[in-house]
Write a protein that binds this ligand. Structure first.
Ligand code: UDX
Length: 484
């Protein structure tokens, strides 16, 4: 077999659904630019994808787009289970411990002349998969970090260190969670609007300086400084003050998003167009037929992403809020969404919402958001969900859960004007009220108008010749193809 002469890039995804989706979009875009791609997942995720993504196994053997996995030391998922059960903390700990060596092993193997693939020219790492630095530093290969969260999320994580140095974090006691301390104003983060501490990452709500999540996101953001360049899944118009502030302190910065839209402009002749999504749960396509029957803009889409957990009380408040709103809704309840009582919604709920509700466990979200029947999105504000909503011009009701979602929600509601936030202590009355306001009220109309405006700006950036494609060209010429 003739060996490829293409330039070889290795894309390393962080082992979480949203991060994998985002990296896959980027990998497809880079492939369309003529690169040979090896897309790497950790072993646990790889096994999960083999179970649920038909196209994954079928296309693992494309000549110039390959999938590979590295050992993370976790036990493989249970064969009979349809749930993605491994605890996030275990995943992070196992990744940090085992992946520096296994990633080095993979790159060394790919670079062996007998491997049959071109030598690795550059690694593209999720910016929170900085374990790749071990290999790229040892082997002298450039490492471009791909930031899969927003620039506001990245900045939030980056400045956790300053919050600690100023003595604001960790909290002095648990009382600080409820005594108004979280309303402390933070107006000194470069490029960021004035916020309250409660708008910043939920990971600062700890009394423990060594808390795993806090240190993971903070160290991850700072490790980006060691990258050859940083790519953001955002676009200039959306986050320009933050992008400018990042440019002044980090390696070269390129905003080339929204990636979910950029990947839709790949020419049809690209062989990767046949690779679908990579799903950790089985997609239920029947919801698309159900949406086809609904009037334009009449359905609220409810989805809390891949990692959120609700207590059964919270799930009931959302459920009854949806039921009492009288609105049609498509609600995705992942098998592991609700902690505790599995049988959460009573028979009465099904009777009241009959004909106007569709509940399933996983759906093709990007297609759902693009469907004409969708009029609003009740979301946890993960960055992928946020960008996918923006790209479809769908206004949001925000219930941020953790990580970067609080700051995403703040920007969605206060800066971009395309959402309304639900209080952390969710009640059915508030859910009902906000749904009515978004779907029928005056504020809803204004929010929808803004959402359509942002969609147009996103299209301007992501269409061929737009700002994001131009930045991508600069990244390829100035960083990836450079001789080091
Ligand atoms: C995690 C973090 O929680 C988030 O804050 C960070 O920005 C990215 O990683 P996650 O819960 O995975 O987020 O949410 P999100 O970023 O929105 O990604 C979820 C992805 O799964 C989206 O691309 C969405 O389209 C997809 N999805 C979700 C589906 O395809 N079907 C579903 O039913 C639900």
């Amino acid at each position: 077999m003739e060996h490829s002469t293409k330039t070889h890039l290795v894309c390393m995804a962080l082992p979480f659904q949203g991060h994998i989706n985002s990296m896959l979009h980027l990998a497809k875009v880079l492939h369309s630019k003529g690169f040979f791609i090896t897309f790497v997942n950790t072993e646990y995720v790889h096994q999960q994808l083999l179970k649920h993504s038909g196209s994954f196994s079928a296309h693992a053997g494309l000549p110039d787009f390959r999938f590979a996995s590295i050992s993370d030391g976790l036990s493989p998922p249970d064969d009979d289970s349809d749930e993605y059960r491994e605890d996030i903390r275990n995943i992070l700990l196992a990744t940090q411990e085992n992946c520096p060596a296994s990633f080095l092993g993979l790159i060394s193997a790919l670079n062996d002349p007998s491997s049959g693939v071109p030598p690795v020219k550059c690694v593209i790492s999720d910016s929170f998969a900085s374990f790749t630095l071990n290999a790229t530093t040892k082997l002298g290969i450039p490492n471009v970090f791909y930031c899969t969260v927003a620039v506001c999320g990245f900045t939030d994580f980056y400045y956790c260190k300053d919050l600690i140095e100023r003595g604001l974090v960790p909290l002095k006691s648990e009382d600080d969670l409820a005594n108004g301390y979280l309303d402390t104003i933070i107006d000194w983060i470069p490029g960021m609007i004035t916020v309250r501490m409660r708008d910043l990452t939920s990971f600062i709500r700890t009394t423990d300086r060594d808390e795993l999540f806090l240190n993971f996101v903070m160290d991850g953001a700072h490790a980006s400084s060691q990258g050859t360049a940083i790519i953001f899944n955002s676009f200039s118009e959306l986050e320009s003050p933050l992008l400018n502030a990042c440019s002044s302190k980090l390696p070269p910065v390129f905003d080339i998003g929204p990636m979910c839209l950029l990947s839709q402009y790949i020419p049809n002749d690209s062989s990767t167009s046949s690779i679908g999504g990579l799903n950790m749960w089985r997609e239920d396509l029947r919801c698309m037929e159900w949406l086809d029957e609904k009037e334009s803009g009449s359905v609220l889409y409810v989805n809390f992403g891949s990692l959120t957990n609700l207590t059964s009380k919270q799930a009931l408040e959302f459920g009854w809020g949806l039921a009492n709103s009288g609105c049609s809704f498509l609600w995705v309840i992942r098998p592991d969404l609700v902690v505790g009582d599995a049988a959460l919604l009573p028979q009465e709920f099904s009777e009241i919402t009959k004909g106007r509700s569709f509940i399933t466990s996983w759906c093709p979200q990007q297609r759902v958001l693009a469907h004409a029947a969708i009029g609003g999105f009740l979301t946890h504000c993960g960055w992928n969900s946020t960008t996918e909503s923006i790209c479809s011009g769908v206004p949001m009701i925000c219930w941020p859960f953790f990580a970067d979602q609080q700051i995403n929600s703040k920007y969605i509601c206060s800066v971009w004007g395309i959402g309304m936030e639900i209080d952390e202590d969710v009640t059915r009355e508030e859910v009902e009220g906000l749904i009515k306001e978004l779907m029928e009220g005056q504020k809803g109309k204004e929010t929808k108008r803004k959402a359509v405006e942002w969609k147009e700006k996103a299209v301007e950036a992501a269409k061929p010749g737009g700002g994001s494609w131009r930045n991508l060209e600069k990244l390829i010429e100035g960083i990836i193809m450079k001789d080091y």
